[in-house]
Design a protein around this ligand. Sequence first.
Ligand code: ZN
Ligand code: ZN
Length: 77
Amino acid sequence: MTERFEPTSLEWVERCVKTQKFTANDQGEVCAICTHEFEEGEDASTLKCKHQFHPHCVKEWFKKKAICPVCRASARY
Ligand SMILES: [Zn+2]
Ligand SMILES: [Zn+2]
């Protein structure tokens, strides 16, 4: 375990997070950072682990930690 959870740059976030329009799936996704549900057609950022967050929420979060707030998987590629 040599993973480091250091502050990240916005440039890094852009590379590791895919942002696209949210489309409802059978899980009824909620942004775990602000705990608000996604609205159909809203922008959603998807991490490597498939968890989805609001783009502005995830950018704030990644200033502190480069891990998924839900499953704690490393968000780095
Ligand atoms: Zn959010
Ligand atoms: Zn996750």
